[in-house]
Design a protein around this ligand. Structure first.
Ligand code: AR6
Length: 182
């Protein structure tokens, strides 16, 4: 597991600025844009992104779809639809984990080496950040243990507070640092 954890980085900032092969969008089932990171990605990529999304015709919760990145530095956008938080009893953790693994499956299929994820579902969709981070790290680490591609995964948090949660959860997953985690 530690080899996989070493392929994961955490940064704080705007995901639309990252020079990675693919950025992941926390979209809704229509794939026609919205607020939050979805709005930021569509604004930065330009109107051709919406044209391509329209052709796809939507995406179910827990799955992912790939498009070009247009005016972004990233060559691709992988759109995934996280679950709305209903208190934890509506299959939310399985669906959220599936967002990460389906996005990584598309990344591998498209020879993407570097990919960045936002904290899917933790904004408008209300998933508590701590619980969502455990699902995100578990799902990504399990993928990286079993697959050589993508080579590197970045968790791009929008606040230092969220980054600190990711760092803590990653530390708890890493056998070398576990002793230091309370
Ligand atoms: N870069 C990185 N992270 C960001 C950025 C950014 N530019 N902007 C916001 N975040 P949200 P959701 C963080 O609400 O909860 C949309 O309307 C934000 O702080 O964007 O999955 C869609 O169309 C939070 O940590 O996505 C859907 O309708 C994280 O991104 C709905 O919102 C996710 O927050 C999806 O809700």
């Amino acid at each position: 597991m530690s080899g996989a954890i070493e392929r994961i980085a955490v940064v704080t900032g705007d995901i639309t600025r990252l020079a990675v092969d693919a950025i992941v969008n926390a979209a809704n089932e229509s794939l026609l844009g919205g607020g939050g990171v979805d709005g930021a990605i569509h604004r930065a990529a330009g109107p051709k992104l919406l044209d391509e999304c329209r052709e796809i015709g939507g995406c179910p919760t827990g799955e992912a779809r790939i498009t070009g990145g247009y005016e972004l530095a990233a060559r691709y956008v992988i759109h995934t639809v996280g679950p709305v938080w209903h208190g934890g009893t509506a299959d939310e953790s399985r669906l959220l984990g599936a967002c990460y693994s389906d996005a990584l499956r598309l990344a591998k299929q498209n020879a993407i080496e570097t990919i960045a994820f936002p904290a899917i579902s933790t904004g408008v969709y209300g998933y508590p950040i701590e619980a969502a981070t455990v699902v995100a790290v578990r799902s990504v680490a399990a993928w990286l243990v079993a697959n050589e591609a993508p080579r590197a995964v970045t968790f791009c948090c929008f606040s230092a507070r969220d980054s600190a949660v990711y760092q803590r959860v990653l530390g708890a997953f890493n056998p070398r640092t576990r002793a230091r985690v309370p």
